[in-house]
Every structure is written in C-alpha cells, then in structure tokens.
Write a protein that binds this ligand. Structure first.
Ligand SMILES: [Ca+2]
Length: 504
C-alpha cells in the first residue's frame, strides 16, 4: 500500500479521460437510438443528494488514492463531472452543513456551532431542500443532512434538523461504537490499556475508535442506503429530492470485519514526517487533534488510517446500493445525482487528525455532479459547497433566491473548461478567533484574526502541495501577502453585504 503521489493522479486522470471517451461514444449511440429525451417526457428532474461525513478526497480512488478503494464513487465520477477543486466553507459538520443548506457563508449568518442554521436565517428563508418542497417535490432526508452528533446517530434522534425542509425524514439508529465485534481505541490510549465503556450515555463520539463488527451487524449507513432505496421505489413517479446522509467515515470507524481485509495496517505508509514541521505554524494552525495530544504511536496511526479506508470502502458499498436502485428503477435518465462530503479529514499529515484546520486535507471536499445526458468530465474550476444550492436549483429549472451567496456551477457541466471562481474561501474558528482561508490556484493563504492577530500561513501550492514551508514571514513574499489580504478584505465585505440584517 502506498500513500498518494501526484504522479499517480496524473496517470489516473489520463485513464479516466480514455474511459470517458469510450463512455461518450456509447452514450452518443444510445442517444441516437433513443426517442425524445425521457427527462422531458417525465417532466421535472429529480435530485438524489448523497453526502458523506468527514470524507477527504485523499481517500477516494477516482481522486488520488490507489490504496483506498471506492469503485462505486469512482463509477459515478466516470459518468458525471468530478470537481477537483471543491472546498467546504467551514471544516466542521454543523456550520458546513448549515451554510450549504441555506446558501449563506458561515460568517454571513454567524453560524459556527452545532446547529441547523435556521436560527440565524429566520423562518422566511428557504433551505435548499425546502425550495424543492415548495415547488411540489417530495423531499426526504434519511440520516445526517443537517447536523447530528454521534449519539444522535446511535439513538436515531433527529439532531439539529430543519423540519421545514422535509416532507418526510428518517433516522438510521445503529449500535455504532457498541456494535458486536472487536473494538480498539487508538487515541489517548497509551499501550492500548483503556477499554471503551459500555455505558449507553457514552458521548465520546469524537475519538478514534475502531470497531470491526461481526457480519450482519446493524450499520447506520446500510440502514440509510436501504431506506433511500425504498423511498426511490415508492416515489419514482413523482418529482423527488431525496437526501442520503451517510455517517462514515466519521469516527468511530465502525465497519464489518470483511471491510478491513483489504487494508492491513502493517502496510500503511504514513505521510512524510518533516523535521521541525510545526515550528513555522502559528499556534491556531496546530490542529486540535494531533498525534502528540492524542498520544498516538505510529502503530496506532497506521491502524487509524487503515480503519478510515475500511470505513470509506463500506460507505462506498452503500453508495453503490443506492446507485443500483436508481438504475433498476429506471431513474438514471431523469435524476441529478450529487455526491460530496461536509469537509475533509487529516489522516496524519503533519501528524494532524480530524478536521477544523484550514489546510487542504481538512477543507477540500469530493464533489461529483451527474446530470442526465451530460458528457463525463473533470472540472478544475474552484467550487464551494455553498454553490450546490444555486447549481442544483438551476439544473432542475427552479428559481433560487437571488440573495444566495453561492455561485451556480451549472454551466460547468456543459463546459468543464470554464472557471466560475478565482479562489475558494473557508473559515474556521478556535478559541473565539476566526481563521480565514483564501485558496487561489497558486497559493493557500490562512490568516488568523481579521488583523492577523493570530498570525498567517502562506503556501506555494505549485511547489509545496504538502504545505510544509510557511512563507508568510519572508520579506520576499510581502507582495503576495498584500495581494491575499486585499482578496480577503474584499471577500469579507462581499459576504457582509447581504439581506440578513446582521450587524458585524
Ligand atoms: Ca463532518
């Protein structure tokens, strides 16, 4: 097993291009044989929205990882548009989802916590799903779309849901960390002596627990895939917006024992260890979970990565089940399919783990959109999760509110060479201070505090993709810093110029 290399990514894209040409040939033939498009016959386009939780692009084989296997997500990518530069707006579940579902930046609504986002936009504004509901669609969520914590998932609670968004909603309770099988805690467990308590009030949802379950144990994502399949069958004759909220590969890493077989931890190659790596990172940039405060040994780190891949493969199987149902029910030709994640995940890069930080692994997200009849494509334009609301509304022919802050990506489906954004923007707060990311083609610029009170990071993304050399304090980069600060200032002004009536 090897860790991802840039060279592989290039080879992979070349193979995809070749495959795409073959697919294009077949789809052209099919088009010639087909009667006037089915989508028109059936009227409105449906939406199947699938979102994973804490899934980083570095664990998806169609993106850049040959160690982790995700054949079903890869297949969707090979038929749709795979966005290579998609970014979340806040690398934490609650605020990322709130921003995506309501179409405003987190620092516009000032939504940074574990809430739905409704609190700050008010009753009159429509969420993304609600727009579809108000336009006669059957809308349903299964699992986690707005924020849910680990205990909500386990107990089948609604979490911080937005009831106005849905015609129907379903949860997928499962034993999670208490599933039958073998269990191991690899974070803050020196020498592996601690056991996870069986207490039902257990709330250690954010620890790296690994559970290899017996076969046929109940899994939340399998329940979600089954329910979504059932809803697709039940509602195939009316316009629908069905949202499948998968929980893996979020911790705890729970998957059937068989999912671990392809990932022997002994073969995991850890990300490079760069000497003095942390010395040039401001305090706020040292991720809240890391191998030091997590007291993780290298063996525990390898086990965590292997378990993350196993969880991702299990998730991929569930995505496959849903896509198969869509095909079996004849819905492929009139359904827009989206696959994404609420944010990324550090898998030991810089010895960081989990999310919150503003480096690539944490903020970049997988994003695949497949529209009936489209040509397969890889799109390198910057894209943001906040863009999904205007994009999918436009593709379905619905008029999204003009006040939304995202940018429609719809034209990129037709014309993937185009670019709709010069940079991506994300924020993340820690100890009351806001960190901001401006990610341009050449640079990743992170500034802690509006006056850089908490310091800055600047990485050359052409020559330092791993973000090991912070250039922010070198005088020869002062022009770049000025340019980045100019972009940040403009972006903050643009975000604050909105209809929310909030005083900043
Ligand atoms: Ca998440």
């Amino acid at each position: 097993m090897t860790y991802f290399t840039h060279e592989y990514q290039i080879v992979n894209l070349a193979i995809r291009k070749a495959n795409n040409n073959i697919i294009l040939l077949f789809s052209t033939l099919l088009f010639l044989l087909a009667t006037p498009t089915q989508a028109q016959d059936k009227g409105k386009l449906n939406v199947l929205f699938m979102i994973s939780d804490d899934l980083t692009t570095t664990a998806i084989s169609s993106y850049e990882n040959r160690a982790s296997q995700t054949p079903n997500i890869d297949q969707l990518a090979a038929k749709g548009t795979q966005f290579t530069k998609a970014y979340c707006q806040y690398p934490v579940c609650g605020p990322s989802r709130a921003s995506m579902m309501f179409g405003y930046y987190p620092n516009a609504t000032t939504t940074y916590g574990y809430v739905s986002g409704r609190e700050n936009v008010g009753e009159k504004r429509q969420s993304w799903a609600q727009l579809f509901k108000d336009n006669g669609y059957y809308t349903a969520r299964v699992g986690k779309i707005f924020h849910m914590g680990s205990v909500d998932i386990m107990k089948g609670r609604d979490g911080k849901d937005d009831p106005a968004s849905w015609t129907e909603r379903y949860n997928s309770p499962a034993p999670e960390v208490h599933a039958k099988g073998s269990r191991e805690l690899v974070q803050n467990n020196p020498y592996g002596l601690l056991e996870v308590s069986n207490d039902t009030n257990w709330n250690g949802g954010n620890q790296i627990n690994i559970v290899k379950t017996i076969e046929n144990e109940i899994h939340t994502d399998a329940e979600t895939a089954n329910k979504v399949s059932e809803l697709l069958r039940l509602h195939k004759n009316e316009p629908f917006f069905i949202a499948a909220g998968f929980f893996r590969p979020h911790v705890p890493f729970v998957a059937p024992k068989s999912s671990f077989e392809d990932y022997p931890y002994e073969q995991v190659v850890l990300p490079p260890r760069v000497a003095n790596d942390w010395d040039d990172i401001p305090e706020q940039g040292i991720n809240y979970v890391n191998s030091l405060n997590g007291e993780m040994t290298e063996v525990q780190e390898k086990k965590a990565i292997a378990a993350y891949y196993a969880s991702t493969s299990f998730l991929d199987e569930q995505v496959g089940k849903v896509l198969q149902t869509l095909k079996d029910e004849g819905l492929e030709d009139n359904t827009i399919v989206i696959f994404t994640s609420d944010h990324g995940f550090f898998l030991g890069e810089h010895r960081f783990w989990m999310k919150v930080g503003l480096m690539e692994e944490s903020v970049r997200v997988p994003l695949i959109i497949k529209v009936p009849g489209q040509k397969p494509a890889v799109c390198h334009s910057f894209a943001e999760l906040i863009d999904l609301y205007p994009t999918i509304s436009e593709l379905a022919g619905l008029k999204a509110p003009a006040t939304l802050q995202g940018q429609s990506l719809a034209e990129l489906i037709e014309n993937p060479e185009k670019e709709v954004r010069d940079f991506a923007f994300s924020v993340s707060q820690r100890n009351g201070r806001m960190g901001h990311l401006i990610r341009t083609k050449d640079w990743a610029f992170i500034q802690y505090g509006e006056k850089a009170e908490g310091g800055m990071e600047l990485y050359d993304m052409n020559y330092d993709k791993g973000q090991y050399n912070n250039l922010a304090n070198y005088p020869q980069y002062s022009n770049v810093i000025s340019e980045m600060q100019y972009l940040l200032k403009g972006k903050l002004a643009e975000i604050r110029n909105n209809d929310l009536g909030i005083i900043y």
